[in-house]
Design a protein around this ligand. Structure first.
Ligand code: HAM
Length: 450
C-alpha cells in the first residue's frame, strides 16, 4: 500500500476572552458561607417538612418537553419564553425543568402512587431553569424548596401547605410574613368568568398594552396580572374571579381562610392574584415579607414573593392521567431567601467548628498523619489541618487563627515514639499522649469541650 502523507494543519489556539468562559448569565457559583447557608436552609426545611409528614422525592432535572407544554398553559411566560429546550442526539425533545410541580405529578402517575394511601405528601428541592431577564431576585438558574400534597381536594391541605411554608420561612428569619391569597375557581365557574373578563377587556382593547392585547386571546386570566401603567385603570374596573366563584369553590375558599385565621397566619385577599401558571384551580397564594423598617412616608418597593403555590386539581389529566388527582402545593424561592437582608443563616449539620488543629513535622510524621486524622474522625472530633505546610511556626500561627481550642502536634520524634503532643491553646499546657491511648484521650477531650 502506498504510504500517503497526511497533511496536518497546526491547530490555531483561539484566544479566549474572559466572557467566553464566564459562568452563564443569571447563573452563579455558590461557595463558602453562602453554600452552607443554602445547605442549612434545605436541611431545616426538610426537617420541618418531615415532621409534618412529607417524604422526599427527587425527579430528573431534564423532563420531556410535553410534561411542561401540556401543563403550564399556552400564553404563560414560563412555557412560551423561558424554557431551556434541547434535542438529544437520539431525537428526544427535553427541557431543563422550569418548575417542579409538573415533574412531581408525572412521577406520581408514573410510579403508580394512586395505589398508595392518599394523600401522598412530598417535598423536593433543587435547581430550576428559566430564561428570564436577570434582575433583583430573578435568576436563570434558581433553587426552590417545594411541598406537594397529591390525592385530596380538602381545604385543610391548602392551609397545611401555607402553614409549612410560613414556618420554614419563619425559621429562616422572616418574621413579618404576609400571605397574598385568592381563589380562581374550578372548571365549573372558570369558563363563565373568563367569558365575562374577555368581554370586559375587549371593550377597552384600544387602550391596552400590546401584551394584554395578546392575552385576551391566549391567556385572559393573566390580564389581571399586568403591571403596565396603561392597563391599571382598566384592571381596577375588571371583574375578578373571586366574585364569580361557584358555591363549592366559595365554600372551599372560606374554609382555607378560616384555617389561616385559626393558625394566626397573616393574609390579605388579593383579588387580582392569578399566578403565572395555567394548572392552578381554586386557591392561589404568594408569600411576601412586609418591610416594617421603612421610615414613615417612604413607599416600600414591590416586595418579591418568597414563595408561591396553589391547588392544581386538573394537572393530572393534562399529563395523561385517566382520573383527576386533586392536589395542592407550593415552592419557596431559596435564592431570594438567602439573598434577603432579613435572612438568618442556619448552620448545616456538617458545618462544625474545628476542635483540634493538627500539625505535622517531617516526612515520617506526614506519612503517619492520615492514621491520626482517621482516629479523630472516628471519634467525631472536627479538625482543621495544613498537611501541605512544613514549618512549625507557620502551622502554629494558622492554628492560633483557626480558634481551635486544642492542637495536636506530630513531629519527627513523636512519629518515632508513636506519640503525639496535645496542646491546650488557652492554657498553653501540653502533654504527651501515646498513639494507642489517643482514642481514649480524644473521647475525654470531646467531653471536656462539649
Ligand atoms: P413560582 O411562583 O413560579 O411557582 O416559583 C416559586 C418561587 O420561586 C417564587 O415565589 C420565587 O420566590 C422563586 N422564583 C421564581 N422565579 C425565580 C427566578 N427567576 N429567580 C429566583 N427565584 C425565582 C412555582 O414554581 C410552582 N411550581 C410552585 C408550586 C408548587 N405550585 C404548586 N406546587
Amino acid at each position: 500500500m502506498k504510504n500517503e502523507k497526511i497533511k496536518t494543519e497546526p491547530v490555531k489556539a483561539k484566544k479566549l476572552r474572559d466572557e467566553d468562559i464566564a459562568s452563564p448569565k443569571g447563573m452563579r457559583d455558590i461557595l463558602d458561607k453562602e453554600y452552607y447557608a443554602y445547605q442549612g436552609f434545605f436541611e431545616k426545611a426538610s426537617e420541618i417538612a418531615s415532621y409534618y409528614g412529607f417524604r422526599p422525592i427527587e425527579t430528573p432535572i431534564l423532563e420531556r418537553e410535553a410534561v411542561f407544554t401540556s401543563s403550564l398553559g399556552v400564553g404563560t411566560d414560563i412555557r412560551d419564553k423561558e424554557m431551556y429546550t434541547l434535542k438529544t442526539k437520539g431525537g428526544d425533545h427535553l427541557v431543563m425543568r422550569p418548575e417542579g410541580t409538573a415533574g412531581v405529578m408525572r412521577a406520581y402517575i408514573e410510579n403508580g402512587m394512586q395505589a398508595l394511601p392518599q394523600p401522598v405528601m412530598l417535598y423536593n428541592y433543587g435547581p430550576y431553569f428559566r430564561h428570564e431577564n436577570p434582575q433583583r431576585g430573578r435568576l436563570r438558574e434558581l433553587r426552590q424548596f417545594g411541598l406537594e400534597i397529591l390525592g385530596t381536594p380538602k381545604s385543610i391541605t391548602d392551609a397545611l401547605i401555607i402553614r409549612a411554608m410560613t414556618l420554614i420561612l419563619d425559621e429562616a428569619g422572616f418574621k413579618n410574613l404576609s400571605v397574598e391569597i385568592n381563589s380562581i375557581g374550578d372548571k365549573e365557574c372558570r369558563g363563565g368568568f373568563i367569558r365575562e373578563l374577555t368581554n370586559y377587556y375587549k371593550k377597552h382593547i384600544a387602550e391596552l398594552c400590546p401584551s394584554c392585547k395578546d392575552r385576551i386571546r391566549t391567556n385572559p386570566l393573566r390580564l389581571l396580572d399586568c403591571k403596565d401603567e396603561r392597563c391599571q385603570d382598566i384592571k381596577r374596573g375588571a371583574p375578578t374571579p373571586i366574585d364569580s366563584l361557584c358555591n363549592d369553590c366559595r365554600h372551599h375558599f372560606k374554609e382555607v381562610i378560616e384555617y389561616l385565621e385559626g393558625m394566626n397566619i397573616a393574609y390579605r385577599i388579593n383579588k387580582n392574584l392569578v399566578r403565572g401558571l395555567d394548572y392552578y384551580t381554586r386557591t392561589v397564594f404568594e408569600i411576601i415579607e412586609l418591610d416594617t423598617n421603612l421610615p414613615e412616608g417612604v413607599e416600600a418597593p414591590t416586595p418579591l414573593s418568597l414563595g408561591g403555590g396553589g391547588r392544581y386539581d386538573l394537572l393530572a389529566k393534562s399529563l395523561g392521567s385517566k382520573k383527576d388527582v386533586p392536589a395542592v402545593g407550593g415552592a419557596i424561592g431559596v435564592d431570594r431567601v438567602i439573598m434577603s437582608p432579613v435572612h438568618k443563616p442556619i448552620d448545616p449539620r456538617i458545618l462544625k467548628k474545628p476542635k483540634v488543629y493538627f500539625i505535622q513535622l517531617g516526612n515520617e510524621a506526614k506519612l503517619k498523619s492520615f492514621g491520626i486524622i482517621e482516629v479523630l474522625r472516628k471519634a467525631r472530633v472536627p479538625i482543621a489541618q495544613s498537611l501541605s505546610k512544613d514549618g512549625l511556626a507557620q502551622q502554629l500561627a494558622i492554628a492560633e487563627r483557626s480558634g481551635a481550642p486544642y492542637t495536636i502536634i506530630f513531629g519527627q520524634k513523636e512519629a518515632m515514639d508513636d506519640t503525639v503532643i496535645a496542646r491546650n491553646m488557652e492554657t498553653r499546657s501540653q502533654e504527651t499522649v501515646k498513639l494507642a491511648d489517643l482514642p481514649d484521650f480524644v473521647k475525654h477531650l470531646k467531653d471536656e469541650l462539649r
